[in-house]
Design a protein around this ligand. Structure first.
Ligand code: SF4
Length: 430
């Protein structure tokens, strides 16, 4: 019997991607032919795993759903199933508005989706995971939900309270991934530094990393989404002592002005934020620091935005992501006046992005002549595309190496940087 073909389309962040991989694994286990984000059309079903974090993500989700509904109308796919964060927030409205969708599900409703597709399926488990990333790296979701109450964020409404996964379960999953060829683990959660507080009554991110580092074929472990308040400093000692832990931190700071941070309910002042960044850079001088800022938050004055720019200049972050504030229903900031106009938000976003572009270029030029170990992620056009321990996949810098070298995807290679542009480095093999 021919297996039914399912395309899982993932929108949003890596946490959503992991959900899609669990779902994909469950579907494969019961005989489906699963593809991820395929642009081919001949599928029996498409499952769209949506994001609902900010307005731009919601618009993208709606556009994607409508595009697949159109394909269904034209007969190239048979059914459209929609799941994930957006549905968690707006199931009722979407059911009324987009009647062409066959079924709606919230986040992590794998059992329900499987039951909808076929009533006689066995119980899926979290170990049934099908990777959608290149097979040498994988995201490891160490907890679900969030206990914080950042004023602009609807994640706690969507995903609920923080639930950490036990260390043994994570080590088991990571060992299984390593067996399949994964060499790099990227630890993710809404707030990775909170890990353990709910189930062990203390922060245990460092213990978890030590346990994961014992897995033989794991070469790199990377931390994303670290929350600044009460950052567990032992992570920095571990970064110095444990060669498998990448000298890399992704810590969304959101702003530097104390008044704004207070309104954002971030539990940290501007001064404390600055001290923390300086302490991290002092303890691990060669660390790559990635952060995220929100521009145009309720009441953000021109002076406060200038303060943010000064801070960015002063700290010279290695990587920086910026978002325009958009009010989200149900959050504390939704009740505040969204006082910065859309045009001004756009202007501030462009200014901050241009500033970071300058910083990134200067930092990349400094790297010319230096030697790095990189992992090869892909081959595109005339180049092998790789990354050093200082870069996460998809969001950070890439290192391009001519394809005249005989390399392979997933292998580590030593290179010397010979040229640099804003967000990429050019290298030769040594
Ligand atoms: S830490 Fe704040 S911004 Fe991050 S998911 Fe939790 S509530 Fe949202």
């Amino acid at each position: 019997m021919m297996s039914l073909k399912i395309n899982i389309v993932t929108l949003g962040c890596s946490k959503n991607l992991v959900d899609s991989e669990y779902l994909g694994g469950c579907l494969k286990k019961v005989g489906y032919d699963v593809a991820f984000d395929s642009d081919k059309t001949a599928f029996d079903s498409v499952i769209i795993n949506t994001c609902g974090f900010i307005d731009a993500a919601k618009e993208e989700a709606i556009d994607t759903i409508l595009a697949y509904c159109e394909q269904k109308k034209q007969g190239s796919i048979k059914s459209v199933i929609v799941c994930g964060c957006l549905i968690q927030l707006y199931a009722k409205e979407l059911r009324q508005e987009i009647a062409e969708v066959d079924a709606f599900f919230g986040t992590a409703q794998w059992n329900e989706i499987l039951q909808y597709l076929n009533q006689t399926l066995p119980q899926p488990t979290e170990t049934s995971r099908l990777l959608s990333t290149p097979k040498h790296y994988a995201y490891l979701k160490i907890s679900e939900g969030c206990d914080r109450s950042c004023s602009f964020c609807s994640i706690p409404i969507i995903r609920g309270k923080n639930i950490s996964r036990p260390i043994e379960d994570l080590v088991k999953e990571a060992a299984e991934l390593a067996k399949q060829g994964v060499k790099e683990l990227i630890l993710i959660a809404q707030d990775t530094t909170y890990y353990g507080l709910d189930i062990y009554h203390k922060r245990r991110l460092a213990d978890l990393i030590k346990a994961l580092a014992k897995i033989e074929n794991i070469v790199w472990i990377r931390i994303q989404y670290a929350y600044p308040n009460q950052f567990p400093m032992e992570i920095l000692d571990l970064m110095k002592a444990e060669p498998k832990l990448c000298k890399y931190i992704d810590m969304p700071l959101q702003h530097i002005n104390t008044e704004i941070l207070q309104s954002m309910q971030r539990m940290i002042s501007g001064e404390q934020t600055k001290d923390l960044v300086m302490k991290i850079k002092e303890e691990v001088p060669d660390i790559a620091f990635r952060t995220t800022f929100i521009v145009g938050y309720c009441g953000e004055t021109k002076e406060q935005f200038e303060q943010l720019k000064d801070f960015v200049r002063q700290m010279s972050f290695d990587r920086l992501g910026a978002f325009k504030y958009s009010p989200q229903e149900g959050t504390a900031a939704y009740l505040l006046k969204d006082s910065v106009s859309e045009k001004e938000k756009e202007r501030r976003l462009d200014e901050l992005t241009a500033l970071q572009q300058e910083i990134s270029l200067a930092k990349n030029i400094e790297k010319i002549g230096q030697v790095f170990t990189i992992i090869i992620d892909s081959q595109e056009g005339d180049y092998w595309v790789g990354r050093s321990e200082f870069d996460s996949p998809e969001v950070d810098n890439e290192v391009l190496v001519s394809n005249r070298y005989d390399l392979s995807i997933g292998s580590f290679v030593k290179v010397k940087i010979i040229d640099a542009v804003e967000f990429d480095l050019i290298a030769e093999v040594i």
